[in-house]
Design a protein around this ligand. Structure first.
Ligand code: ADP
Length: 688
């Protein structure tokens, strides 16, 4: 823990060597042209990308749908062709049986009477045939089995037992010796054909129908009409059953791509992304607005900090400079980036005062910097000394935790110079005042000594005259008297010469404005007035006629009267007030025909204890004072000066408390007058 005790003998402080000034430039705030501006549309990117993904997925689904349709169709064609081959195979087999029967008839080995009992006929009817008919060349029925089933007529299709339509197979009979030829026709049930030839797995996949050219259903595996929305395929049964088509209608419906689950999911996903993007956009807008506001504020702050006349410096808890504004950097002749990051000793510390500066730094870091600020001396980069006033304060973050120290720095070099100059001026004025007073003292002494010396000379002359004729008076006595008279005369001459020398200075008269003179006189006492907290009301108007006077001497009069007023009020608790007034007075003349006298009267009134009835004569008497450290010459000198200007000094008690001192100065001084008329004793006075 470091401490600092003013006035105590401080232990030597080890000052680490100064770091080189090669501190990397700190990143500066980029206020304009920020890349964030281009990210304003960033919120839309997820939505756009999602849309692209969704479109891609939809294309894929569509192609999948096409592929499914194609594969379904191919499978259906293959199934249809396979079924058609089986049906045709079956019909070909039946046709072969029928042809065998026809061959038997053609060979004459079967007569119509035994037709019904022939094994081929019986097998055919048991197996597949609905009926079999033997027609003669004239179309008349030779034989027909079974008899209860309708024979072949004109219509090519008739109903079977199960209600379905029937087809027929026929072979031509050739005429022979024992029969004239004809036609053998076997009817079969199309429904039975389908029932027998369509395997279960095919029936579970498809609705299978046999349709004719006019699109009428001959037989079907299902009762329901065809669903036009389902995929179907037809294949002709060709020569086996001319004009009959085998039609397969798939049970499986390939859903359009836009009605699939992925599409629903994608649309839901898109909706969510759109909602999220909207919220993101809202959020980004508010962030962007906040950022815009922050940028404006930062720009304002930087501009304000740079335009401040006060330097600002922030340090972390280790004493490292973390921020300096332009004013502070300019004060010591560096760039802000040269200083930021530096640790003590700072480059602007005065080299001869490094120990002192380090002690002050340690004291500040310990939180013991004077609350009212402290004065310090820094060195500008060009070598000149900069006087500064530093006010330290803790630097806290948003959580209220102290993270360093913030200081405001005021350059008081100019003020210090002014104060020094003013102090020297005051000293010179005081010295001058003392000299003036000394001259007045000497003048007064000379005046006071003049009378006794003249008296001594006169008495000595009288004594010599009285004793010179008397023989009893020894010669040495007469000589001594004579020498005494000579010495007294010599002393009187010396005193007279001194007085002549002291009163020889002519006032440097010139026309001057009394308000300016009063203001100058007041300015001499500015410090005293503010130290005592005196309220001064200068009510001297500026338009008063000018007086012909020595402004320097009149300033002294004003200053002396104001100083006396301040002294009189120095120990009172009551309000300390001084009012200075001035007026032009045109007084009536004393005698008939005499010119009117015009003068300016200046009055200094205070709120002090007053004069207790003392007259101006008493107060202006040389060496009259009531102050322990007073000389009692101030008012005497004032009166001399005022009278030197043909004016008069006066004072009165103010009703209600306080004193009023006034002096008057004629506007036009008398053309010729004996300036030495004041206080010079006449021979009569001496004689008296
Ligand atoms: P000094 O100031 O050295 O005492 P001055 O001749 O200026 O000599 O004043 C003589 C005295 O006149 C002072 O000691 C004081 O008693 C009295 N005096 C002067 N001005 C005032 C005033 N404004 N109010 C009361 N007393 C005053």
């Amino acid at each position: 823990m470091h401490s600092f005790t003013p006035g105590a003998v401080s232990p030597p402080v080890s000052v680490p060597p100064r770091p080189a000034l090669s501190v990397p430039p700190q990143p500066r705030l980029r206020l304009f042209g920020s890349p964030v501006r281009s990210l304003k549309t960033l919120w839309a990117w997820p939505l756009v990308l999602s849309l692209l993904v969704v479109v891609g997925v939809m294309f894929w689904l569509r192609s999948q749908e096409q592929a499914s349709l194609t594969s379904q169709r191919e499978e259906m064609i293959s199934d249809a062709l396979s079924l058609e081959a089986q049906i045709n195979g079956r019909l070909d087999g039946e046709l072969a049986q029928l042809r065998m029967l026809g061959d038997i008839i053609d060979a004459g080995r079967l007569r119509p009477e035994v037709f019904a009992s022939h094994p081929v006929v019986l097998d055919g009817l048991r197996r597949f045939w609905v009926s079999v008919t033997w027609l003669g060349p004239d179309g008349r029925i030779q034989a027909h089995q079974p008899e209860d089933v309708a024979a072949v007529g004109d219509t090519r299709r008739q109903l079977s037992d199960d209600g379905g339509l029937t087809g027929h197979l026929s072979v031509t009979l050739h005429s022979a010796s024992d029969h004239p030829g004809g036609l053998l026709v076997a009817r079969f049930s199309a429904a039975a054909l389908l029932r027998q030839k369509v395997p279960w797995w095919l029936a579970s996949k498809y609705d299978i129908r046999l349709v004719d050219q006019s699109d009428d259903v001959i037989a079907a595996t299902v009762e329901s009409p065809r669903d036009e929305t389902l995929a179907w395929y037809r294949v002709s049964l060709g020569s086996s059953l001319p004009g009959v088509w085998l039609e397969l209608t798939s049970h499986e419906r390939v859903a359009p791509w836009w009605r699939t689950l992925p599409v629903a999911l994608m649309l839901g996903f898109l909706g969510l992304i759109a909602g999220a993007s909207f919220m993101l956009r809202k959020q980004m807008r508010s962030v962007s607005r906040a950022e815009e506001a922050w940028r404006t504020e930062a720009a304002w702050r930087t501009a304000m900090e740079d335009s401040l006349a006060v330097g600002i410096r922030a340090r972390d808890l280790d004493g490292r400079l973390v921020y300096v504004n332009k004013t502070m950097a300019d004060m010591v002749g560096y760039q802000p980036e040269d200083l930021v990051g530096l640790l003590p000793p700072m480059p602007y510390w005065v080299p001869d005062e490094l120990d002192q500066s380090m002690r002050r730094h340690l004291r500040n870091m310990a939180g013991q910097a004077p609350r009212g600020g402290y004065e310090s001396r820094w060195q500008h980069r060009d070598g000149r000394i900069v006087e500064v006033m530093v006010y330290e304060a803790p630097l806290v973050d948003a959580q209220g935790v102290q993270i360093g120290w913030m200081a405001s720095i005021v350059d008081i070099t100019e003020r210090k110079h002014l104060e020094e100059r003013e102090r020297r001026q005051m000293e010179a004025v005081a010295h001058q005042a003392r000299l003036t007073m000394l001259g007045e003292v000497a003048s007064t002494l000379a005046h006071e000594l003049n009378q006794p010396l003249s008296a001594i000379t006169s008495y000595n002359t009288g004594l010599l005259n009285a004793l010179s004729g008397r023989p009893e008076v020894p010669e040495p006595v007469l000589k001594a008297l004579q020498r005494q008279g000579e010495q007294a005369g010599q002393a009187a001459r010396i005193v007279k010469r001194i007085r002549e020398f002291l009163t020889r200075r002519e006032p440097q008269r010139e026309p001057c404005a009394i308000d300016e003179v009063v203001a100058s006189g007041l300015s001499l006492l500015r410090r005293e007035i503010s130290r005592l907290g005196v309220e001064v009301h200068n009510d001297v108007p500026s338009g008063l006629p000018q007086v012909v006077a020595d402004p320097v001497l009149i300033e002294q009069v004003v200053a002396n009267l104001v100083r006396n007023a301040c002294d009189a009020m120095a120990h009172q608790d009551a309000p300390r007030r001084i009012r200075i007034q001035a007026e032009a007075v045109h007084a009536a003349t004393a005698g008939e025909g005499a010119p009117a006298s015009s003068f300016v009267r200046v009055t200094v009134t205070d709120s002090g204890p007053g004069l207790h009835g003392q007259t101006v004569t008493t107060l202006c008497a040389p060496f009259f004072t009531t102050k322990s450290d007073g000389m009692g010459m101030g008012l005497a000198i004032c009166r001399s000066i005022v009278e030197l200007h043909y004016g008069a000094l006066d004072c009165v008690d103010v009703p209600g408390g306080g004193a009023a001192f006034s002096f008057s100065l004629p506007l036009v001084p008398p053309a010729s007058d004996d300036e030495d008329h004041v206080g010079d004793p006449t021979p009569q006075e001496i004689d008296a």
